[in-house]
Write a protein that binds this ligand. Sequence first.
Ligand SMILES: [Zn+2]
Length: 164
Amino acid sequence: MREPRRSVAAATGRQRCTTQAWRRKSRRLLLFAVYMLMPPTRPRIDPKLAPHLAVMAGIALCTGVLLLWPQAVLAAGYQCRLHALFGVRCPFCGMTRDFAAMLHGQRPVENPCSRLALVVVYGVYPTAVVIAWWRKSLDVFYGKALCCGVAVALAAMLVLNNLG
Ligand SMILES: [Zn+2]
């Protein structure tokens, strides 16, 4: 008499266990379904790196346009506001034509700083961004030293572009 009772109790316990396991499984399945239905989270981009990525995307876009459709840009007849208003060539006057020329293997003739600008745009700047990002020191781009350096360089470019 005891034997069947025991086995009934065991069977009930086993059944309870199976029910609990099934509930746990279904809860996990429900959580997984909810997780799968959630919108995917966007990869987080370092907010200090974002402006540099935008600048480099702009450089890539301008390079592509100047490589593929230089005439479309040069024939647009864009005139520098500073030059139109004051007759002074800004530090960048002539660089669009020079970059189009250099990207097609020709010599720059409009702006004496175009070669240096090419090195900075395609070499120094992207390398500096990668190194600063790697060292987690992107703050260097917002430092006083770099701002002063850029101001001095622009002043020198302004003078050089108006000498000729
Ligand atoms: Zn200009």
